[in-house]
Design a binder for this molecule. Sequence first.
Ligand SMILES: Cc1ncc(COP(=O)(O)O)c(C=O)c1O
Length: 511
Amino acid sequence: MPKESPEIHLAGIKLSKSSEDPLYLQLYNQLRTMIIEGRLRSGDRLPASRTLATELGASRVIVSQAYEQLIIEGYLSGKTGAGTFVADTLPDQLLHVGARQTTSKKKAATEVNKPVVSLPQSEMQTKIEPFQLGIPSLDYFPYKTWQTTGNKVLKDLKKHNLGYGDSLGYWPLRKAIASYLRLSRAVQCEADQVVIVTGAQQGMNMVAGFLLKKGDEVWMEDPGYFGAVSSFLYAGVKLCPVPVTQDGIDIDYAKKNFPGARLAYVTPSHQFPLGCMLPQNKRTELLQWAEENDTWILEDDYDSEYRYESRPLPSLQGMDKAGRVIYMGTFSKVMFPALRLAYLVLPSVEMVKEFNAFKETIDRRSPVMEQLMLCTFMEEGHFLRHIRKMRVLYAERLAILIGLLKAQLSEYLTPSDGQSGLHLLCWISDKVDLALLKQEIEKKKLFVSFPSEYTIEHNIPPAITLGFAAFTKYRLKMGVEKLKECFENSLLNHGGTGDRTKHDDFLPRRH
Ligand SMILES: Cc1ncc(COP(=O)(O)O)c(C=O)c1O
């Protein structure tokens, strides 16, 4: 990217305090439209956030939030300090929006007003390649048992199964989930608090739409899960980026900087993507804040079943005495992502009733066949057996990956101590030019994620995350060999100091 190219002046941007949309969303929309309409072209350098903020009479955070969202979605590239540019290759969605604009201006305008759910490039692919994030083993999934379960369900299908049914989900499945959560995750719940949704992504959209109104403040882990960022942005809320320390979300920072927040989104058992865990005293502090301020906590417990050195941690919801936690889990990691089934546990049956009225305006229920199959799979004990087997398999795959990385890449990276989840975080040595590394990784068609791409405004030192659960020893080995070549071609000319950052070295323990 030509760093010396002059910043362009952005004329015609108007932000209105009386608009329903928060300021950063107004700016995001206008910049995105300028890119879509070709007024901003690939390689154009945007004004520094401070300069644009001064020109617009807005705070720098507003501009940074708009830039960060456009970076996450692939419209812009670059980082604070180095300059922000219109990306060379624009996201596919952009082309479609452009095409629709010529036929229907009105529709295109509505589309432009919404941020798109921005999956990283790797997750849009149909192939599953090392080191794609968040994919469980699909080679050891018990296909035969699943097929037998399907046959049984089809054979026993009743007429009433084919009607609209209960939009909260298939009752026996809600019972099976409640019982699993009570035993395995110490969640305090009965079946009538469980709501089946079509994936955690839908769950987050619904929670945001149901609990929040435009402009409400939401604590968001920074770095954090991009799917949650998208859901909240869609709902028009104001994202409040909270740094992550070794002890998970920095609650003191959040309380000080965003005291009026209506909801906190957290991944307390296994922070996404850094992998740290919210300790007991911080959990208590978070719950106390929610209780005292009448606010909500959305606990995203996406892969907590997988802890390899000790027992899974009990949920945060299990400690909640005031009914402020919405608990969310997904079957994407413990079964397979295409199942598209997840669940919310709401604090009370009264809330479930209100939520149901809202849910019915969006969808009447998740597909019934999958619910029936999953229910039978759980009731017959296959589900717990599968998780137990996968825990052993993933522990082995993680150990293999760490072994390979230590043997071949210790000069360039340090694996974190995390012994949980489906991905491994590795800190990168300062010998490595991160931009070059990204290019090399792209060239080699490896699927490596950079946690810095999941940040909103708090920088973190260079790191990569490697998904390991879905890959055999052979594929991990081939992947690490390719990765080694990428690192070898990405060394800085001056050689750096050779320092290897460690988790403990940089993530401040603020408390
Ligand atoms: C932190 C986190 N939450 C939620 C999800 C989404 O799960 P689902 O596939 O059910 O939408 C993921 C998927 O990778 C995730 O990493």
